[in-house]
Ligand binder design. Structure first.
Ligand SMILES: CC(C)(COP(=O)(O)OP(=O)(O)OC[C@H]1O[C@@H](n2cnc3c(N)ncnc32)[C@H](O)[C@@H]1O)[C@@H](O)C(=O)NCCC(=O)NCCS
Ligand SMILES: Nc1ncnc2c1ncn2[C@@H]1O[C@H](COP(=O)(O)OP(=O)(O)OP(=O)(O)O)[C@@H](O)[C@H]1O
Length: 201
């Protein structure tokens, strides 16, 4: 089964775009959500996180995401340690999930698909873009985030220009109606590519 990676910088609209694929009945896996769930449910992950961040990283059995974020997005080495705990567990979880799906292709939404090299493991990659100022405004409205918090995360992500060189498709997500049209076009191109590749098997 084909795997399509969907990525984009913080606030670009990845999850919104993933929703448009869902409307077309494409199974969607959201790595951010899986990471959150695994931090809450896996004892192994909890122990590893406490080893690095101390007991205060969990409150009443739940991860203190704000505290962890305030530390990792200002410290690349620490972020890498956290990534090394979460990413392999998410990859295993995704593979288990994918094995249960019945569709021509599945969508794997991840914030840092290019930065981690995970794009090499997908059949096609889609990058969602929007101007930086637009993304900042969206995040301030959605999360009440401070400009500094947003900048700290952006500093740990590649810029759109670098990512677009590697992406198979780019969705410019400024107008939702236009984005939905772009999703439909890409969907049919992927289905067509899937049919063509089967002819060679
Ligand atoms: C640091 C954590 C606890 C902060 O949680 P929080 O709820 O505030 O953010 P959330 O996970 O919803 O992510 C929101 C956005 O932050 C950015 N972001 C998250 N993780 C990363 C990262 N490792 N590198 C760069 N940007 C990131 C992305 O743009 C993402 O869409 C969390 O992001 C985390 O555990 N990150 C490391 C693991 C990871 O990469 N998870 C995401 C995919 S598996
Ligand atoms: N084209 C658009 N026009 C206006 N608002 C939009 C558009 N696309 C997304 N948004 C809004 O911007 C915010 C961020 O979108 P979304 O959550 O989909 O982004 P994301 O890239 O998944 O975010 P994150 O990086 O934090 O995971 C949301 O409040 C969403 O409703």
């Amino acid at each position: 089964m084909i795997t399509v990676g969907l990525t984009g910088g913080i606030g670009s609209g990845k999850t919104t775009i993933a929703g448009f694929f869902r409307e077309l009945e494409v199974p969607v896996y959201i790595a951010d959500e899986a990471g959150k769930r695994l931090m809450e449910t896996s004892e192994e992950i909890r122990n590893k996180i406490i080893e690095i961040f101390g007991k205060e990283a969990y409150k009443n059995g739940l991860p203190d995401r704000k505290l962890i974020a305030s530390r990792v997005f200002k410290d690349k080495a620490l972020l890498e340690k956290l990534n090394n705990i979460i990413h392999p567990a998410v990859a295993d979880d995704f593979n288990e999930w994918k094995a249960r799906q019945k569709a021509a292709y599945v969508l794997y939404e991840a914030a840092i698909l290019f930065e981690t090299g995970a794009y090499k493991k997908v059949d096609f990659s889609i990058l969602v873009t929007a101007p930086k100022e637009t993304r900042i405004k969206r995040l301030q409205k959605r999360d009440n985030s401070s400009p500094e918090e947003i900048a700290d995360r952006m500093n740990n992500q590649w810029d759109d220009e670098r990512k677009s060189k590697l992406a198979d498709f780019v969705i410019e997500n400024t107008d939702l109606g236009h984005s939905r049209e772009q999703v439909k076009d890409i969907h049919f191109e992927i289905l067509k590519a899937g049919q063509n590749s089967q002819k060679f098997c």
